[in-house]
Design a protein around this ligand. Structure first.
Ligand SMILES: [Zn+2]
Length: 370
């Protein structure tokens, strides 16, 4: 619908519907007025029904319709998904039950056509803009979709040469996004996340994935690019892109350059862990190895951080390395520097609460001594 307008497209659909035995409402183009792509949400159609307009003219004093006025669009017009819009134009009373599957095809096709033709712009985010892009992109579906705290994405912002690439609509809203990792001129385009309207249709998703892939190639002025979803968009690739895609992955380990401690982390798709020793991002999970931060959680945590806080000194210790123990007596965790095992009690007790019995050569709980 980039070259033809919505009205023309709908007229073509009327002809197609007729061929398929689907009846459209007789006066649909006189009942659904001023239909066009919604400005604030390019995945929807904005229109006003004839009856609504008549009601407004009757009940609102001095009402004059201005279909170009955004406030009027927001206040009086309806905004619906394209599939829902075309469904509304179909006269179900006149359409036989046999055509139900044909209606589904019409809905899917129209929906896809409308959403494939959103005018989009290639956008690159760097540094802290990556954080805000993650945080603001409310329409994006997936575990790290909109509304997560910006702080979680700080490790991305601080990673050398890492960028977030996206296709955005005229309103600046992200339609699809992916991380573009770089190390010494080698690139890796990560998994994509997109708006629900796009994500819900496999073909549509592939359409946008390929569009983003092609935009990145152009941006980098390259003919090939290592990419997470390359196999998924195989059918869309040109022969030379396909040939390039068959080359083996080139391993990179981008470097996180922030020198501060991070409290929160995102879920990360391809680079699953960060090595604390050299700050490099790794594809391996390194699960259970506390030299690595594991970015597998969806609650902002380092999933390898299983350290426990000592109730006495507030230090953090690893239970696996027996640096910290549970005391039933105190009902708290204590590090082995802060407590002593008392045989009489068969318990770990806070050092300050113990005394040394030199006659028996054991520590005892002070409260047990007369
Ligand atoms: Zn302690």
């Amino acid at each position: 619908m980039s070259k033809t307008n919505l009205a023309e497209t709908l007229q073509n659909y009327e002809i197609t519907c007729k061929t398929l035995g689907i009846s459209m409402r007789k006066k649909w183009n006189k009942e659904y007025l001023f239909a066009r792509r919604m400005k604030s949400n390019s995945t929807k159609i904005s229109f006003i029904s004839k009856s609504k307009l008549e009601g407004l003219k009757e009940n609102v004093k001095d009402f004059v319709l201005n279909d170009l006025c955004e406030q009027q669009r927001a206040k009086y017009f309806k905004a619906v998904k394209p599939a829902r819009f075309i469904e509304g134009l179909i006269d179900t009373d006149l359409t036989s039950i046999a055509s139900e599957s044909a209606i589904e095809v019409i809905k899917t096709t129209f929906n896809r056509q409308f959403l494939e033709t959103i005018s989009s712009k290639f956008t690159v985010y760097e540094g802290n803009d990556i954080c805000s892009a993650y945080n603001e992109a409310n329409a994006i579906v997936g575990c790290m979709g909109g509304g997560k705290p910006s702080e979680w994405f700080k490790v991305y912002a601080d990673t050398k040469d890492l960028k977030l690439v996206a296709l955005t609509d005229d309103n600046g809203c992200i339609l699809i996004r992916a991380l573009l990792w770089e190390q010494k001129g080698k690139y890796f385009l990560d998994n994509t996340y997109e708006q629900g309207a796009i994500n819900g249709d496999v073909k549509l998703r592939k359409h946008y994935q390929y569009k983003l892939y092609a935009a990145v190639l152009k941006h980098l002025n390259k003919r090939k690019l290592d990419c997470k979803f390359l196999g998924y968009i195989d059918a869309y690739l040109t022969p030379s892109q396909k040939a390039a895609a068959s080359e083996p992955d080139r391993e990179i380990n981008p470097i996180l350059e922030g020198d501060k401690e991070y409290d929160y982390f995102p879920y990360s798709d391809t680079f699953r862990s960060i090595c604390k020793l050299d700050n490099s991002w790794c594809r391996a999970k390194n699960e259970g190895n506390t030299d690595y931060i594991l970015l597998e959680g969806q609650s902002g945590e380092d999933m390898n951080n299983n350290l426990t806080t000592c109730f006495c000194c507030d230090g953090q210790f690893s239970a696996e390395d027996d640096e910290i123990v549970w005391s039933n007596f105190h009902e708290e965790y204590m590090c082995t520097d802060c407590c002593i095992y008392c045989e009489d009690r068969e318990e770990y007790i806070m050092s300050d609460d113990t005394s040394y019995d030199s006659w028996r050569n054991v520590y005892v709980y002070s409260g047990d001594i007369e």
